[in-house]
Write a protein that binds this ligand. Structure first.
Ligand code: C2E
Ligand code: CA
Ligand code: CA
Ligand code: CA
Length: 274
């Protein structure tokens, strides 16, 4: 009885009640965010490590909340996923990313755009129609677009999902496996998924240059694996010169991280930074 009383009390504490209200409020606000033009995209460069040339830019969503200010994806995407609001958000992101990529074509003609796709969206047959409409509408070649999918989204991939990925590939759209190494990677699934790219999770890159030999071995192994499968490979989250030197020594051809550029407006893609 004492325990029950305690937990009843706990659910009634002002702090929790407040957070329940603000959660409901946040959902209501999120429902309006797309229509009221409150979402923003930033783009982070993915560079060729040998030359520094920008190969691609990853679109990262932010929410300019009317009262709370600029919110990072971690503050609203989980809620968006729970409520299904991720679908209109994803659609907006895909359209906006294609539109932005068309604007940097004269500065960086070969720089592709990478868009994160939620697991919920991957399960939907209309993903292909959304993506093709967005790229065609922006006058962007399908080959200039890469979809980033996490291992966890892919692992629940049914035959229908694999089929869909195959169709996207046939259209020329790139398929990157995001945060590679953090999910349930099994080598057998690399044979089934028509991926074009692996993105090495930044948790491994972060430990390069420490005395963690396993992190080094992991980055090296994924780089070799990508080479053997003829996939592009990107080291994510490179922050220091030391990590940069390590990924170069390993032979990883591409990198992304604060060292090369923070996420920023589309106008910065392909621009020489001071
Ligand atoms: P992600 O796809 O792994 O994206 C990379 C995240 O790492 C971004 O965080 C980026 O700002 C951050 N990052 C890049 N370089 C560095 C670095 O050198 N050091 C550190 N510490 N961090 C770095 P962000 O923008 O907060 O996004 C977080 C996650 O939210 C993304 O992880 C992605 O899973 C999701 N996300 C972001 N935008 C979208 C979107 O438009 N749609 C969907 N469905 N998911 C998105
Ligand atoms: Ca990503
Ligand atoms: Ca990632
Ligand atoms: Ca991540």
């Amino acid at each position: 009885a004492k325990a029950a009383g305690k937990s009843a009390y706990r659910t009634c504490t002002p702090a929790l009640r407040e957070s329940a209200v603000s959660r409901a409020e946040l959902i209501a606000d999120l429902r309006r965010a797309v229509d009221e033009d409150q979402l923003r995209l930033e783009f982070q460069p993915i560079v060729d490590l040998a030359t520094g040339v920008v190969r691609s830019a990853e679109a990262l969503v932010r929410w300019r909340h009317p009262r709370l200010g600029m919110l990072p994806p971690a503050k609203f995407l989980p809620l968006a996923e729970e409520t299904g609001l991720i679908l209109p958000i994803d659609r907006w992101v895909i359209h906006e990313a294609c539109r932005a990529a068309a604007t940097w074509r004269d500065r960086a003609p070969d720089a592709t755009v990478a868009v994160n796709i939620s697991a919920a969206h991957l399960r939907r047959p209309d993903l292909i129609a959304t993506v093709t409409a967005a790229s065609a509408g922006a006058g962007l070649a399908p080959r200039a677009l890469t979809l980033e999918l996490t291992e966890s989204a892919l692992i629940e991939g049914t035959d229908a999902v694999l089929d869909r990925l195959g169709q996207l590939r046939e259209l020329g759209i790139g398929i990157a496996i995001d945060d590679f190494g953090t999910g349930y990677s099994s080598l057998s699934y690399l044979h089934r998924i028509p991926a074009t790219e692996l993105k090495i999770d930044r948790s491994f890159v972060a430990r390069l240059g420490t005395d963690d030999d396993r992190a080094y071995a992991t980055v090296e192994m994924v780089t070799r694996l990508a080479g053997a499968f003829d996939l592009a490979v990107v080291a994510e989250g490179v922050e220091t010169e030391c990590q940069h030197a390590a990924v170069i020594a390993i032979g990883c051809p591409r990198g992304q991280g604060y060292l090369y550029g923070r996420p920023d407006g589309p106008d910065t893609v392909g621009q020489n930074r001071p």
